[in-house]
Ligand binder design. Structure first.
Ligand code: ADP
Ligand code: ASP
Ligand code: MG
Length: 435
């Protein structure tokens, strides 16, 4: 079996839903298909939930009405028969009633409706086309714990039981993104989480492959939204892909590669708009001697702590990291010197308390609006010259921190967000355009 995930743009219009349906129903192997909400829907639902949280029912109602009318048009365009139009409209009516009557604190429930709508719409379209298809609600098997971490053993157990009860289908469809929390409440895997659903299902069932279908021909050397002249990368090692995803390559959810890597299931990134294009294969193979791509993570804050003693005394680093642990704030980059340590965080929710605590061990400086630029590839120290090309590319850009040697796949630079575009463009020119 293969898992295929289609993102928001891939199911963004009735026409696209028809194209995806054709792609997934081609005869052959068994497929488990994960769908996102239609593009724009999750953002609209976030807005509705925000208004409800602020007790502005009127604004929420007006946005809900607008979305409802749009979906009624989609239904009209998608189905050929009056029966299927009526059946689907009735289903959507129930969903919009759920949204319209939701409590002020039910953001997760509201957000879940986007994927519930898209999967029902595509399933009904396939049924209308005579395809034997089974819709498997993600809320019946996908589960996270109190730390927001997926519980793979439960997911596997639930999924196996469901598939044993419904064995004779070539096509299963499910919602990406949504899941249940530790107490059975509706939860989600964070924005962009449909990729994570696909990789969790693939890992749980140890499928032959996980395919992430999107609107671009695979992982590019840089973020095409900011950089001109990026090129697709044909192959990535799991670790390279995991670093790129974690450090901001939006094509993949930040943590979705981990389960695939542990299960050893290859991931392929493919383009719905050009299904024959080769895309990017992510597997265990490590191609030596190449830099693969550059990603960037925004809204990073740098914290520098200079020891109140002259030299780094024993226990200084432990005290510093204990503070971050105490406030459950992950640290991304770290650099040290004789007298101090600089590190970076992206979650600043508890920064004020952290800084207060750190002042007990040294002088503290905070720089916000920074960005981590992460160069990924085979960057072992015996590959001579790569660091020089990286630093040469950013010679005209102020670099606040450089981290190299933490893994064999990554050099990270901390620059101001205002310099991000220039840094990414310069790296793309220097690392990928030379003969
Ligand atoms: P989907 O809705 O299918 O999940 P996303 O918008 O989440 O799609 O991800 C695809 C987008 O990721 C691309 O359209 C592209 O703009 C962006 N992107 C950012 N960095 C990269 C990269 N290095 N390679 C390819 N795409 C990237
Ligand atoms: N619909 C969700 C989002 O927009 C999940 C996803 O598309 O992956 O974030
Ligand atoms: Mg995405």
């Amino acid at each position: 079996m293969k898992v295929l995930k289609f993102g928001g743009t891939s199911v963004g219009t009735p026409q696209r839903m028809k194209e995806v349906s054709k792609l997934i129903s081609a005869a052959g192997e068994q497929r488990f298909v994960v769908l996102s909400a239609m593009s724009g829907t999750t953002n609209a639902l976030v807005e509705i939930a925000d208004y409800l949280a602020k007790h502005n029912r009127e604004a929420a109602g007006s946005l809900t009405g607008k979305l409802r009318r749009k979906y009624a048009e989609h239904v009209d365009e998608l189905y050929a028969t009056a029966e299927m139009k009526a059946e689907t409209l009735e289903l959507l009516d129930d969903i919009f009633t759920t949204i319209g009557t939701a409590a002020a604190d039910s953001e997760k429930l509201i957000l879940a409706q986007g994927e519930i709508m898209s999967t029902n719409m595509v399933t009904n379209y396939l049924r209308e086309q005579g395809v034997r298809v089974k819709l498997i609600p993600a809320l019946d098997y996908m589960k996270i714990d109190e730390n927001g971490e997926p519980v793979l053993s439960t997911i596997r157990h639930n999924l196996k039981a469901i598939l044993e009860n419904h064995p004779d289908y070539d096509l299963y469809i499910t919602q990406g993104f949504i899941c249940r929390g530790p107490n059975g409440e509706v939860e989600n895997l964070q924005r962009g989480g449909s990729d994570y659903t696909a990789c969790l299902v693939g890992a749980a069932l140890k499928t032959e492959e996980i395919q992430i279908w999107t609107d671009i021909d695979g992982m590019h050397t840089g973020d095409p939204r900011f950089v001109e002249g990026t090129m697709p990368v044909r192959q990535l090692n799991f670790e390279e892909a995991a670093e790129l995803a974690y450090f901001g390559a939006k094509i993949l959810h930040p943590t979705c590669i981990q389960p695939a890597r542990y299960a050893g299931v290859p991931v392929r990134l493919l383009n719905t708009m050009d299904p024959a294009a080769p895309g990017t294969l992510i597997n265990n193979e490590m191609r030596r001697g190449t830099i693969k791509a550059v990603a960037a993570k925004d809204n990073i804050t740098a914290v520098k702590i200079v020891s109140s003693r002259m030299l780094l005394a024993t226990g200084f680093l432990r005290k510093v990291f204990e503070v971050f642990e105490q406030y459950k704030t992950p640290v991304d980059m770290v650099t040290t010197s004789e007298v101090g340590v600089s590190l970076s965080v992206d979650n600043t929710a508890r920064l004020h308390a952290i800084v207060e605590e750190l002042r007990k061990v040294g002088t503290v400086e905070v720089d916000s609006d920074m960005c981590i630029v992460c160069v990924v590839g085979d960057l072992r120290s015996d590959n001579l010259g790569f660091e020089a090309r990286v630093t040469d590319a950013v010679k005209d850009i102020p670099v606040r921190m450089i981290s190299y040697g933490g893994s064999a796949h990554n050099i990270s630079l901390l620059v101001r967000m205002a310099d991000k575009q220039a840094a990414l463009q310069a790296l793309n020119e220097n690392l990928f355009k030379q003969a």
